[in-house]
Design a protein around this ligand. Structure first.
Ligand code: NCD
Length: 311
């Protein structure tokens, strides 16, 4: 199979087939097994450029760590105040310029559609690192990869997605990715944060979804609990946020009611939705998930930058 990621934009996970997803998962396995010296050849002399219009810890750092592990380098802007964005430079001009200095561009922006827009302007491929509440495709790739590694499969699992299903962009990319598999999906949220039906319209027929307001009913069924942060920054009215903050907390008492081997996942950052006491349990997967982020992004970059990478 030809490398489906070479010179491609990663704007939406919907742009990729199931075999494309599997292609990057097996590349991730291979890259993890490689010696650092071999791995360091895959991105030699290549530059990753990034700009983050919203805060980031894991996404930015894992991309930087990933390109460094391939022997490449990264340049970018994460502090807008020190860039010409502060002077009023447009997104279009900013992307055009980053494009001149980089081989691949990572963009996070608060607007839905921002990455698609950037991809049309830039010669080099764009990676959507979060576009408003629309999508975060590389997060979904690493989430699916993590499920595969933790459970040995994705088909046949029961997956509960909990929290802010209205504004959480990782939720949408994950749902689009899961539409390639046979899974039972339980969506758990307060009524005001239910999933946006119009955004799952085209994948709905391929997903078996049940919606809930309470966690209790799904705990005995779920193989994976994918917990999300209430996205305070997306609420048009902070009083509405106050009504739903702290709606769900996963703690050791919750785990008592869940399947013994339930995998608790979270894209992070967490606030109070997963108690720190869960960290020491074997159910806590979220830090391994973050670690997988670097490896999967390294594999993805190697595939994007090389038509036939030696991996
Ligand atoms: C997520 C995001 O930015 O959408 N963070 C991440 O990339 N892991 C989740 C969040 O901010 O809640």
């Amino acid at each position: 199979m030809p490398n489906p990621f070479y010179d491609r934009d990663i704007v939406s996970i919907k742009d990729f087939t199931k075999s494309d997803l599997e292609y990057v998962f097996s590349a991730t396995d291979r890259i993890r097994a490689m010696k650092p010296s071999q791995r360091g050849e895959l991105g030699k002399g290549r530059t990753l450029g990034y700009i983050f219009y919203e805060p980031s810890t894991r996404t930015r750092m894992s991309f930087e760590a990933a390109i460094a592990s391939l022997g490449g380098s990264s340049i970018g802007i994460s502090e807008l105040k020190s860039s010409s964005v502060e002077k009023g430079e447009s997104l279009a001009d900013t992307i055009r310029v980053i494009d001149l200095y980089s081989d691949v561009i990572v963009l996070r922006h608060p607007m839905d559609g921002s990455s698609r827009f950037a991809a049309e302007l830039s010669e080099n491929p764009i990676i959507n690192a979060g576009s408003g509440s629309e999508e975060h495709p590389t997060q979904a790739l690493l989430d699916l990869y993590t499920i595969l590694k933790e459970k040995g499969r994705i088909d046949g699992l029961s997956i509960a997605i909990v929290g802010d299903l209205k504004y959480g962009r990782t939720v949408y990319s994950l749902l689009y990715g899961l539409a390639n598999y046979k899974v039972d999906i339980h969506l758990v949220s307060p009524p005001s944060l239910a999933v946006r039906k119009e955004s799952i319209y085209d994948v709905q027929g391929r997903l078996k979804i049940t919606e809930h307001n309470e966690l209790d009913g799904v705990l005995q069924k779920a193989d994976v609990l994918y917990v999300t942060r209430i996205q305070r920054e997306r609420f048009p009215d902070l009083q509405e946020y106050e009504k739903v903050r702290g709606s769900y907390t996963i703690d050791n008492a919750t785990l008592q009611k869940a399947k013994k081997d339930v995998s608790v996942m979270h894209p992070l950052p967490r606030l109070d939705e997963i108690s720190h006491s869960v960290d020491a349990t074997k159910n806590a997967v979220y830090f391994r998930q973050a670690a997988n982020g670097k490896e999967l992004r390294a594999a993805l970059l190697a595939l994007m930058l090389n038509e036939s990478p030696a991996l």
